[in-house]
Design a binder for this molecule. Structure first.
Ligand SMILES: Cc1ncc(COP(=O)(O)O)c(C=O)c1O
Length: 381
């Protein structure tokens, strides 16, 4: 018996080794990079520079002093500090929803909530380029997944027309984090109402930058209050960590009973809550900063296009350059790195096409952008 177990172990380890070899061969091998703090960073999601904002950090420290470094338990046990409820009420009001629920990360929110809102009898109609965390939730519940072509709402409608399922949910990001384009929330909402489905929107990249006062694109629309569920993160433009779900009282109550990633995890640290709450208050005051950021992004897009780079996306601050081959993507990335610039090189499975992802933040100056263009302009790629 013992011998058999050892053989099984050896077999499993051998399998991991083979997978690693395969990943390396396909050039999809991921490695943690050595930290380079002083690089000019175009890879960060800290879109408003708030992770380094003095008031945000101070608020985090103050909250930690008052409530502790950690939350000491899950929200349903010892972890439910008053600051959570306070922040949830603010989020709900600003998102124009009945209520909100804070999660430890965007990944935990998406994967946990979609897992618990769906089951094997549910059909999930899903933008093909949605984030991995949403795929994770659907895979976990075993729901039927039907993907529509990215932003192709004719495709979505024809899928909906041909469905005979009663339990349907449409899932989409509002600002697509890897493609820098924007979903048509009005069309998504109209289709959701017409076909009586739930609608789940991920505002991870929209929170802080887009919509009324920066509280996400969904705030620009009158969405069905009972059937729309909105997720957003504190981990990108808010410069902290954590996430929220803004929804109806019924959905929140259901999540409290059933959502395992909420129930069985220690609540977010008070530092993160204090910092995120401060940042949430600051973003509505930054309209000039945002204007400047979008102007910088527009200029960069224009310059890259005029240099014949295959730039996709539209009016967002996320600027992806599609690369014909993985090699080209790597060369651009390395060239930038050698010149003190960080850009993200994205490849399968994160994105179907190799690309350089550039994120413009409020801390970038016109000179920073000029430097970036100068480096990737050299026609050697
Ligand atoms: C669209 C989208 N949703 C969810 C997440 C996960 O958020 P978090 O980093 O807070 O776990 C990300 C992060 O990369 C994202 O891009």
């Amino acid at each position: 018996m013992m011998r058999i177990i050892q053989e099984d172990q050896a077999f499993m380890l051998e399998k991991y080794k083979k997978i690693l070899i395969k990943v390396k061969k396909e050039s999809n091998y991921r490695q943690l990079q050595k930290i380079q703090e002083n690089y000019l960073d175009f890879s960060s999601n800290d879109y408003l520079g708030l992770s380094k904002n003095k008031d945000v950090i101070e608020a985090g420290v103050e909250t930690a002093r008052e409530y502790g470094a950690g939350s000491t338990g899950s929200r349903l046990l010892s972890g439910n500090k008053s600051i959570f409820t306070e922040f949830e009420e603010i989020i709900a009001k600003d998102k124009k929803k009945e209520t909100a629920l804070i999660f430890n990360s965007g990944f935990q929110a998406n994967s946990g909530v979609l897992e618990c809102l769906t089951d094997r009898e549910t059909t999930v109609i899903f933008d093909k380029l949605n984030h991995a965390s949403m795929y994770q939730g659907i895979f976990a519940s075993g729901a039927k997944l039907i993907r529509f072509e990215h932003l192709d709402y004719n495709n979505l409608e024809s899928i909906l027309k041909n469905l005979n399922s009663q339990k349907v949910i449409i899932v989409s990001e509002t600002v697509f984090g890897m493609d820098g384009d924007i979903a048509d929330i009005k069309v998504l909402s109209d289709l959701s109402n017409k076909f009586n489905t739930l609608l789940y929107l991920d505002e991870a990249h929209a929170t802080g930058l887009y919509g009324e006062n920066g509280y996400g694109l969904s705030t620009n629309f009158q969405l069905n209050p009972k059937t729309t569920i909105i997720m957003g993160t504190f981990s990108k433009a808010l410069g902290s960590s954590g996430a929220y779900i803004a929804c109806s009282d019924l959905i929140k109550d259901y999540l409290l009973q059933k959502c395992r990633s909420f129930i069985y995890s220690t609540a977010l640290s008070p530092f993160c809550i204090g910092a995120a709450m401060k940042a949430w208050g600051i973003v509505k005051l930054l309209s000039k900063t945002k204007e400047n950021l979008f102007l910088n992004a527009k200029n960069l897009r224009k310059q890259l296009k005029s240099l014949n780079f295959d730039v996709i996306g539209n009016e967002t601050n996320i600027i992806p350059i599609l690369c014909e081959k993985q090699e080209i993507m790597k060369n651009i990335k390395n060239k930038c790195f050698q010149n003190g610039i960080k850009v993200s090189g994205i490849t399968k499975p994160t994105s179907p096409t190799p690309r350089i992802r550039i994120a413009i933040t409020a801390t970038h100056t016109a000179e920073d952008i000029e430097k970036l263009v100068e480096i990737i302009n050299e026609k050697q790629f």
